[in-house]
Design a protein around this ligand. Structure first.
Ligand code: NAP
Ligand code: F7E
Length: 331
């Protein structure tokens, strides 16, 4: 019998990569999809016809109960969230409902359906829970024992999701693990996130389709890896005998300016400053200045290590967008 996995957030970046990984491993993959007219439904149906889609929403507990009854999963990966930090400042209550309380809705659905001791559960925790302020170990980076100090409604909601998952592990003996993932990107990244916004704009500038890009804070630094590597770590967490929490990161940090420099170089432009304008619209009420992760525990226990480095990530994203935006593309 093939293993069965239920993935929430199936239409997102990680949902794409994780379902590909699990399908290749022979899993039967179920995906929760929300909304009556979700435009991403067509994309999933065309590109990943093997996914069995179940309608549901993290804020609607009855739909979560049904999704478990229908899929009878061995593993559940909770990737669904309001995930954009800037958006969470403008929509903090929705963010709390989905990204925070949504996790409880799903854990309760697991408990009331009698799956607490039958299923393995993954919660998508985040480096945004650290907040970049207590960066007191320069060079070493945040590990699983570092202090949390979230700096956005998103980070605060994720911290609730993190602790309620740990609480269900301790209270009901659930095999529930949290992956504290640092930023991971790739061609499937939403256009509203800075790396994809830049790679897409660089391609369009090169092709003469736009003449500049508007950005907010260019000084913040992130530990950027490739999403395809990180979903492997999620799966490995659920294959362990004991549930636990793990940081997945590259152990390197780079600024937005570093990313801009490499992305523009990819199309032969050395002086990227000429094409970038700062727009206060993209600044946040509070910023996470620097994130650097320490993945030693995941490397030691899970045998996980990122494969794609920063330079290759930037190059991969720009090349993809050049192809996507090219008027001569074959499709
Ligand atoms: P993403 O591309 O923004 O995808 C988010 C997914 O959540 C989408 O499929 C979206 O569905 C779904 N969703 C939103 N609200 C929902 C609701 N009320 N009910 C059900 N589904 C809902 O995010 P991602 O980059 O793949 O990240 C996956 C998870 O990891 C998220 O929880 C994110 O917060 C977390 N995370 C991401 C990173 C990163 O760097 N990518 C790092 C750490 C943690 P629609 O298509 O219907 O909008
Ligand atoms: O911003 C700055 C912005 O939105 C990165 C999510 O996946 O990773 C992601 O959150 C940095 C910030 O990602 C623009 O101020 C400048 O300092 O790409 P981002 P994020 O906020 O790090 C974490 C780990 C998650 O968990 C989240 O779900 O870039 N920045 N100018 C900009 N950011 C955006 N989006 N747009 C700009 O124009």
């Amino acid at each position: 019998m093939p293993k069965k996995a239920l993935i929430t957030g199936i239409t997102g970046q990680d949902g794409y990569h994780l379902s590909e990984l699990l399908n290749n491993k022979g899993y039967e993959v179920y995906g929760l999809i929300r909304g009556q007219q979700n435009p991403k439904l067509v994309r999933v149906e065309q590109e990943q016809p093997y996914i069995k889609l179940i309608e549901g929403d993290l804020t609607d507990q009855s739909s979560l109960v049904r999704s478990i009854e229908v899929s009878e999963p061995d593993e559940i990966y909770n990737l669904a969230a309001v995930s954009h930090v800037g958006y969470s400042f403008r929509n903090p209550i929705l963010t709390a409902e989905v990204t925070g309380k949504g996790v409880l809705n799903l854990l309760e659905a697991i408990r009331v359906t009698g799956y607490a001791n039958k299923v393995r559960f993954y919660q998508a925790s985040t480096s945004e829970m650290f907040g970049g302020l207590d960066y007191n170990r320069p060079g070493k980076g945040y590990d699983e024992n570092a202090l949390f100090h979230p700096r956005s409604p998103y980070g605060v909601a994720k911290l609730y999701g993190h602790w309620i998952t740990k609480n269900y592990r301790e209270s009901y003996g659930m095999h529930a693990s949290c992956g504290i993932l640092f930023n991971h990107e790739g061609p499937r990244r939403g256009i509203e996130f800075v790396t994809r916004k830049i790679s897409n704009a660089v391609a369009r500038i090169h092709l003469g389709l736009q003449d500049h890009i508007e950005l907010g804070n260019l000084d913040s630094k992130r530990d950027w890896g490739y999403a395809g590597d990180y979903v492997e770590g999620m799966w490995l967490m659920l294959q362990q005998e004991k549930p636990d929490d793990y940081v997945l990161a590259t152990g390197e940090t780079h600024s937005i300016q570093d990313y801009l420099e490499l992305a523009f170089k990819e199309v032969g432009i050395e002086n990227w400053h000429l094409y970038v304008k700062q727009n206060p619209k993209f600044l946040r009420p509070a910023e996470v200045d620097i994130l650097l992760g320490n993945p030693e525990k995941a490397e030691k226990i899970l045998g996980w290590k990122r494969k794609v480095d920063f330079e290759d990530l930037v190059s991969m994203m720009v090349k993809h967008d050049l192809e996507l935006e090219s008027p001569n593309k074959l499709t």
